[in-house]
Design a protein around this ligand. Structure first.
Ligand code: FES
Ligand SMILES: [Fe+2]
Length: 358
């Protein structure tokens, strides 16, 4: 482990915005409940079109290149028959590996043509995960472990939305807790204090504590995190970019050995080729109050509050992306060393985005 002060780059890291996300990881591409038995879903990773398929019997889904090997039309327009996917045009049929297994009008004995690319596909935490990169790495790359998910002490809220910005703006937004000013209408005025930063080759984490300087805590915030930040700097928040994912944990009383009051996991999946858009999937695990069932009564308030916060974040990161596109360059003047380090990490661990004309 290195001290971040030794590795924080001098000044800013503009190439972050033109760096693509490494495809050699498991990414969520849909909520399991949205991929119905006998149906397909068209999704994208950085411009690569992928079809998700759920067999008729509701069994394990699979993922293929979303184009028919015959005339290149999307297989997502096809028909699921048993385990197979039939193209909607001339009914070429594909199995879950992407092999073409039948062409109804082809003479017997003729060799079937090559099929399409298949992608590793797994289901976990209520999401359909796909491995969009080098398939030889799929089996040796773990799906992220989220021990709090499914823990009966927590209730989980799912984030699932398209956001018009490069994934790096998402990481920087969450990591930089100096942006509490943005949330002043929902949270009052809060001052963040940076306690510690730790950094490795492909991860970076920061500890913060908070103090309310003006206004009152809203009910939604209190229900999620308790009244920690009313006591000056008694709480503890750890935000981590563990490439390519991001997590946030919050301990109301600052005791890391206790289960956190809030445990958030996010993945920002680029959809278009230039990676100016991402689909954010997240899981917010919120510890239930001790009285059974009360969490369900409080849930609408919690939902309203988290939607409000994420809505404000969305407006601002999309504005950052628009500025980047209008200016044609990353002119940011980043003064917070952690964010410089984070930008460097994302640039270092990412991959080139291919030029538009190749
Ligand atoms: S285009 Fe798909 S079967 Fe012909
Ligand atoms: Fe925010």
């Amino acid at each position: 482990m290195r001290k971040y002060r030794d590795v924080a780059p001098e000044g800013d890291v503009p190439e972050t915005r033109t760096t693509g996300l490494d495809p050699d990881f498991w990414y969520p591409f849909a909520r399991s409940r949205d991929l119905k038995p006998g149906k397909t879903l068209a999704v994208k990773f950085a411009g690569t079109e992928i079809v998700l398929v759920r067999p008729d019997n509701g069994g394990a889904p699979y993922a293929l290149e979303d184009r028919c090997a015959h005339r290149q039309v999307p297989l997502s327009m096809g028909v699921v028959k048993g385990e197979q996917l039939q193209c909607g045009y001339h009914c070429w049929a594909y199995d879950r590996s992407g092999a073409c297994v039948s062409i109804p009008y082809l003479d017997r004995g003729r060799t079937l043509p090559n099929g399409v690319r298949g992608y590793g596909c797994r289901e976990a935490y209520g999401f359909v995960f796909v491995f969009p990169g080098n398939q030889e790495l799929a089996d040796v790359t773990p799906v992220p472990e989220l021990p709090t998910f499914g823990d009966r002490r927590y209730k989980t809220r799912v984030l699932d939305r398209d956001i018009a910005c490069h994934y790096s703006f998402m990481h920087e937004n969450l990591m930089d807790m100096n942006h509490q000013f943005l949330h002043r209408s929902l949270m009052g005025r809060i001052r963040a204090k940076l306690l510690d930063v730790r950094e490795g080759e492909d991860w970076l984490e920061a500890d913060y504590s908070f103090s309310r300087t003006e206004g009152k805590q809203s009910l939604g915030e209190r229900l999620i995190i308790g009244s920690g930040n009313d006591d000056k700097y008694a709480d503890l928040m750890t935000i981590r970019t563990g490439y390519p994912y991001q997590t946030l944990r919050y301990w109301t009383d600052g005791k890391r050995e206790e289960p956190p009051a809030l445990d958030l996991w996010n993945a920002y999946v680029p959809t278009d080729r230039a990676q100016h858009h991402n689909h954010t999937y997240g899981l917010i695990m919120i510890q239930k109050p001790p009285i059974p069932g009360v969490i369900h009564l409080l849930w609408p308030v919690i939902t309203l509050f988290t939607e409000g916060i994420f809505g404000q974040d969305r407006v601002i990161v999309e504005a950052e992306q628009r500025a980047y596109e209008t200016q044609g360059a990353d002119l940011n003047n980043e003064v917070f060393p952690i964010i410089q380090s984070l930008k460097a990490l994302l640039a270092r661990r990412g991959v080139p985005i291919p030029p538009a004309d190749c």
